[in-house]
Design a protein around this ligand. Sequence first.
Ligand code: SF4
Ligand code: SF4
Length: 154
Amino acid sequence: MYTVERKSSQDLDRIAIKDDARLCFACSICVGDCPAAKFSDDFNPRQIFLKVSLGIEEGLVGKDSPIWKCTTCYTCYERCPAGTKPLDVILALRNLSLERGDCPESVESVRKSVLKQGIATAVTDHVKKLRGEMNLPDVDDGDKPELEKLTGED
Ligand code: SF4
Ligand code: SF4
């Protein structure tokens, strides 16, 4: 009989319990309708669930993980017959990667922009010009004091 040794990861256990990952019975419905799985050979929400349940962090947490390929479309969330929330597990894994300071540069730049400006994209001179042409109000550095209160960063 083929057996897989269960590893020990408190972080993955926390995610598995909080997001009901252990209710997954590997039906693959989430894979069949997943747009990211359709266009990527190494992205498979069912495998992600399995690794979380088995406590396997290798290749699952960090900037090189396939978790960043999820489009957050919520299709798996709606289709899963077990009532689990595959997307929540993926988002929890992203947050864990971020907490460990191991996420893709593109994600890090969005994080910095939110902390600096309160928005996810940089307000470039081109954006300012377009806003002016559309008679939209100026966007500056956002409400920094409020952001500082929320994030504790300056
Ligand atoms: S649809 Fe739900 S039960 Fe089926 S493999 Fe995906 S997460 Fe598991
Ligand atoms: S939310 Fe992510 S994992 Fe779920 S179906 Fe969409 S792309 Fe796939």
